[in-house]
Design a protein around this ligand. Structure first.
Ligand code: AHM
Ligand code: MG
Length: 340
């Protein structure tokens, strides 16, 4: 906390040099404010204070954060694009998820920090830069550029999800190999929830400054859940175990919070500090719907780093599952440990 106070003080002094000689009282007030007010800490500063590897920090500040800001802008200001249609000017439009994918790819490529990129929108991996002996300086970034894109036209919250690995193909690795993970929520506010493998933190976009500022540090998920977000209820029509689980949640008096978007649903758990999100398999999707690499692994790291858990329906830990294909899917139960 001291480090934040020093930064807070520095920021204040830059704007108010008259405060150079501070009285003890003023200093005490500022210390109190610094304890409650994290809005002065930019994402860049946060990464610096936490001694994040310089290149990893740059990947977030120079590629992922700008991509998220651009996607936000597209969602808000772009036409409601539908693939293959034309807008009122007769111009060809791209689907929003296709535009978002291109935005992320462009930023990753431009950063010069990426060996391999893989996206939910692409069949195979793309190599941007050969990983030679300076391999340590390059990363593999996997992402879902716009999860829940079908919710945009009804103005529900949607998100982008990112997982960062050391350079090299993600195939054969596990989610535990991730160096960092984050998701962006495009809701009434734009937030970025991030882990570098040491706690999970929320940043909020300040539109005036085009910067993310720390809004909640060290999010915590309690073991007991008050909220439940039951995805794929179709499975309950044919699986007694899922029907029983849902019945158990209802009988416990838990509150339903389900938006249809994995990002806002898991964000709800992280911000409220408890809850469970489920997406089991059923006959039409025997492997489940959600992708291990692009969706489940980044979410599992973020949730585990906040004290929660993430397992598949056989009880296997999501982050320990071998990645056998880019688009491999998995059932998932994620959130408060005792509700899984
Ligand atoms: P998408 O990657 O095609 O957008 O699908 C992922 C989304 C998740 O956000 C959400 O939890 C799930 O699909 C909901 O699917 P459904 O409405 O088919 O049950
Ligand atoms: Mg998705």
């Amino acid at each position: 906390m001291i480090k934040y106070f020093v930064l807070y003080l520095k920021a204040k002094l830059e704007c108010h040099p008259e405060l150079v000689s501070l009285s003890k009282d003023v200093r005490n007030v500022m210390v109190r404010q610094a304890h409650h007010d994290t809005t002065m800490i930019t994402l860049r500063k946060f990464l610096e204070i936490n001694n994040t590897d310089k290149n990893l920090a740059r990947l977030f500040t120079d590629a992922i954060a700008p991509a998220v800001i651009e996607i936000r802008h597209k969602i808000e200001c772009g036409d409601l694009c539908h693939c293959g249609t034309e807008n009122v000017y007769g111009e060809k439009q791209l689907a929003l998820d296709v535009c978002s994918n291109q935005i992320v790819l462009d930023h990753l490529k431009k950063s010069g920090l990426v060996n391999i990129a893989a996206s939910e929108e692409l069949e195979s991996e793309v190599e941007f830069k050969k990983a030679g002996k300076d391999e340590k300086d390059l990363f593999t970034v996997v992402f879902d550029p716009l999860d829940g894109s079908s919710l945009v036209d009804v103005n529900f919250a949607v998100g982008s999800i990112f997982g960062v690995y050391p350079a090299g193909s993600p195939i054969g690795r596990t989610g535990d190999d991730q160096l960092a993970a984050c998701f962006a929520v495009y809701g009434p506010r734009t937030t970025l929830v991030l882990t570098l493998g040491k706690g999970t933190h929320e940043f909020r976009l300040n539109h005036k400054e085009n910067e993310f500022f720390l809004s909640k540090e060290n999010l915590k998920i309690l073991p007991q859940a008050k909220y439940f977000a039951p995805g794929n209820l179709r499975a309950a029509a044919e699986r007694d175990d899922y029907l029983k689980k849902i019945d158990e949640y209802i009988k416990k008096g838990m509150t339903l919070r389900y938006s249809g978007g994995m990002v806002p649903d898991i964000n709800h758990i992280l911000i409220k500090g408890n809850g469970v999100f489920s997406y089991p398999s059923y006959s039409a999707t025997p492997e489940g719907k959600l992708r291990l690499l692009f969706e489940c692994n980044p979410m599992a790291l973020l949730v585990e780093q906040a004290g929660g858990g993430a397992i598949d329906e056989g009880g296997a830990r999501i982050l320990s599952k071998k990645i056998t294909g880019l688009h491999t899917r998995t059932p998932i139960f994620i959130g408060s440990k005792s509700a899984l």
